[in-house]
Design a protein around this ligand. Structure first.
Ligand SMILES: *[C@@H]1O[C@H](CO)[C@@H](O)[C@H](O)[C@H]1NC(C)=O
Ligand SMILES: *[C@@H]1O[C@H](CO)[C@@H](O)[C@H](O)[C@H]1NC(C)=O
Ligand SMILES: *[C@@H]1O[C@H](CO)[C@@H](O)[C@H](O)[C@H]1NC(C)=O
Ligand SMILES: *[C@@H]1O[C@H](CO)[C@@H](O)[C@H](O)[C@H]1NC(C)=O
Length: 194
């Protein structure tokens, strides 16, 4: 009886731990068990999986870490993996920012290491825009930026179709990004009727 209870307990604990490691949304890959601090309006912290109003996320968030890693620079990106267009699901690239460095010590509780871009974005922030009546996930990933990382010729900014056909697994592999060091996501709904 006790043994059964223990097994049940460890199964429950196992699923609680698994749930904790989905900061980038259940089923989304790559996953990260480290939370990336996202702050809109200066200091509104985004809890992983929370709902945001479109008006709250119209400008890019500040990014911050709980602990620094060995990296000098970081690369961050934001994608919408839920774009359904002409019967195909796409991952839309909303934001791609390189050469992030730990700058000021933030005043955000829990996330002291604020990340600041030291060069131009590779893709400027496009605010969430789910189709009418739809709820989409907006996933943020942070990577250690490899030494010699250089994709200055990326056409993401001008070409919306390049953003729409963004291939996240290929991008990670081609640029040797490895596993993300942190992630987060929120949900946003377009309340207009279809
Ligand atoms: C869209 O996909 C569904 C399910 O796969 C299929 O039944 C339908 O015919 C497709 N519609 C178009 C316009 O391709
Ligand atoms: C950081 O990104 C912002 C927004 O795109 C840009 O205006 C600014 O020039 C960038 N900073 C540097 C140092 O390039
Ligand atoms: C919501 O849907 C409406 C109707 O399609 C569209 O006009 C509007 O731009 C959408 N809102 C956003 C923030 O994308
Ligand atoms: C990045 O690559 C471009 C051409 O692909 C080259 O002109 C430039 O010097 C490189 N920059 C760095 C910092 O390596």
């Amino acid at each position: 009886m006790i043994a059964i209870k223990l097994i049940t307990f460890s199964l429950l604990l196992g699923s609680a731990l698994a749930a904790q490691s989905t900061t980038t949304s259940p089923g989304f890959t790559p996953a990260s068990d480290t939370l990336l601090g996202l702050f809109f309006d200066g200091n509104t912290f985004v809890a992983s999986g929370s709902h945001k109003e479109l008006s709250q996320v119209s400008i890019p968030p500040k990014l911050a870490l709980e602990k620094r890693t060995h990296a000098t620079n970081y690369l961050s990106l934001m994608v919408d993996p839920d774009v359904f267009y002409l019967n195909v699901t796409y991952t839309f690239l909303h934001w791609l920012s390189q050469d992030l460095a730990i700058g000021d010590h933030s005043s955000f509780p829990r996330f002291p290491f604020i990340l600041t871009n030291t060069s131009a974005n590779l893709a400027e922030y496009i605010s969430p825009g789910p189709q009418a009546g739809d709820t989409h996930r907006y996933v943020y990933l942070l990577f250690n930026q490899p030494k010699g990382f250089n994709i200055t010729d990326a056409p993401y900014d001008t070409d919306v179709y390049t953003r729409l056909s963004f291939n996240l697994p290929s991008f990670i592999q081609e640029n040797g990004l490895g596993d993300p060091v942190a992630g987060n996501y929120f949900l946003a709904t377009n309340t207009s009727s279809k």
